[in-house]
Ligand binder design. Structure first.
Ligand code: BES
Ligand code: MN
Ligand code: MN
Length: 455
């Protein structure tokens, strides 16, 4: 066994302890109460990077949560890798469904449970473990690294673009590496070449200026809750297609070859459905489950509220109703082009007697990179060394807002090498990261740096 691999095996517990330490910090970017914890987490990550020998390890303030910016440039003539990840996490609620505290990491049955274990602290710390192993065995890295670990990914990365623009010169690189996606299965590594984008809106419907007695007024004036339901219901047709005019104009059709490649992947649809707990699959007509998630846009209500939702009944005609509605976008849809179309469509759908307003909460364009650019060859070799089998090429249905920005500002090849599993419960109670993913991912990252040094 080579010294690097030996070190990676020997120091496993250490990498795990380092990960547990960062998981104890509740860096919930969405909740203002956790603002100081988010900042503390950034300092913690920067301190750790410094301890690994990074020559820069800065906590950079933004108009939102800080960005951790680090680098080590001691490999002249070798490629420079820009590593991106996020140290912020989703809110842990509902707390009562967690078997152990969301910020008290514990290993049960070969899995590490905590908010952020997989998304994305665990996957960031795989890289920090890989860096540690190289530093320990050879006092240097085989490549130059720049790290951007942000604190606002889970809330849309609103302030990252300004940071990237301001520091554009310092962030020059040859390739971008991100570990924030999934594997095809516990033993099947994957490289991801496409992500969906997102367009997140809030629809607000106002009727009467105050809540009314539903006996006194019901039937005589429009009810905003009923109106909102009518609007939402009309946003998709019976075939599961979104009814906004022009919505599909820029949707790139899947080629027969890509459909075939997807069909040949070892996708366990029954297992996937079982994991979801849904009684059956449901979605746009004419597409498989995998195609629906990976390559078709969709629209979902994420939350709705109006009127009385307490115990028992209250005969009220509410004055207000609202819904959070997000759309996942696919290449080459553009959220800026779609937003006005959605707004005018929603307004047309509104029945008389109410006024409707749309808020643009956040958006991110979809991402697509060529599945066979040469840098991916290095990742392929690294994954094969670490897992004993070559990776499959996948797309994913989730979004990483900065990926499209990187393409725009850097125009660089991107390696999305992720190690999540579909039962990791990311964003949900009892999030976990399998230790096999964590250790295998650490190895993969360590080998990736070596393979990139050879390109
Ligand atoms: N790591 C995920 C993105 C992801 C999810 C990739 C599933 C592959 C599969 C990321 O942290 C995330 O949750 N992104 C948000 C972005 C949103 C808040 C703009 C998402 O997809 O909802
Ligand atoms: Mn993530
Ligand atoms: Mn996430």
């Amino acid at each position: 066994m080579d010294r690097l691999t030996e070190c990676l095996e020997q120091d496993r517990e250490r990498y795990l302890d380092d990960l547990k330490a960062v998981l104890r910090i509740p860096s919930v970017s969405a909740q203002p109460d956790h603002k100081d914890d988010v900042a503390r987490c950034a300092r913690h990550v920067a301190e750790h990077l410094k301890s690994l020998g990074m020559t820069r390890a800065e906590v950079v303030p933004t108009a939102g949560h800080p960005v951790v910016h680090a680098e080590w440039l001691g490999a002249p003539g070798k490629p420079t890798v820009l590593l991106y990840g996020h140290y912020d996490v989703q809110p842990p609620e509902p707390l009562e469904l967690w078997k152990s505290g969301p910020f008290e990491p514990v290993v049960r049955d070969g899995k590490l449970y905590a908010r952020g274990a997989c998304d994305d602290k665990g996957q960031v710390y795989m890289h920090l473990g890989a860096i540690a192993a190289h530093m320990k065995t050879s006092g240097k890295l085989p490549i130059n690294v720049k790290l951007v670990i942000e604190g606002e990914e889970e809330v849309g990365s609103d302030h990252l673009e300004a940071f990237l623009r301001e520091r554009r010169r310092d962030l020059d690189a040859d390739v971008i590496v991100v570990s924030d996606t999934s594997m095809m299965g516990p033993d099947q590594p994957a490289l991801c070449y496409a992500l969906r984008g997102i367009l997140y809106t809030q629809i607000e419907v106002v009727g009467p200026t105050r809540d009314l007695h539903s006996g006194e007024f019901g039937g005589a004036v429009a009810n905003p809750a009923n109106a909102l339901c009518a609007i939402v219901a009309a946003l998709k047709d019976g075939d599961g297609r979104i009814t906004v005019p022009g919505f599909y104009d820029r949707v790139r059709a899947l080629s027969p070859a890509e459909r075939e490649a997807m069909r040949s992947l070892p996708f366990d649809e029954a297992g996937f459905l079982k994991e979801s707990g849904a009684p059956q699959a449901f979605g746009e007509k004419g597409f498989t489950t995998m195609e629906r998630i990976w390559a078709r846009p969709t629209l979902d209500v994420n939350g709705m509220w109006s009127g009385y939702i307490g115990e028992g009944s209250k005969t009220v005609l509410p004055s207000f109703a609202a819904a959070k509605v997000s759309m996942r976008l696919v290449p080459d849809q553009d959220p800026d082009d779609l937003m006005p179309r959605i707004e005018s469509h929603v307004k047309k759908l509104a029945p008389p007697g109410v006024t409707v307003a749309l808020k643009d909460l956040h958006s991110a364009p979809p991402f697509l990179t060529s599945p066979d650019h040469p840098m991916l060859g290095a990742a392929r070799r690294a994954l094969e060394r670490a897992w004993g089998k070559p990776p499959v090429m996948i797309r994913e249905g989730g979004s990483i807002p900065v990926m499209a920005t990187f393409q725009k500002t850097h125009g660089l090849p991107c390696i999305l090498m992720g190690f999540g599993l579909h039962d990791d419960q990311v964003h949900a109670p009892n999030e976990k990261f399998s230790l096999s993913s964590f250790y295998g991912g650490t190895k993969s990252a360590a080998y990736l740096y070596q393979e990139l040094a050879r390109t």
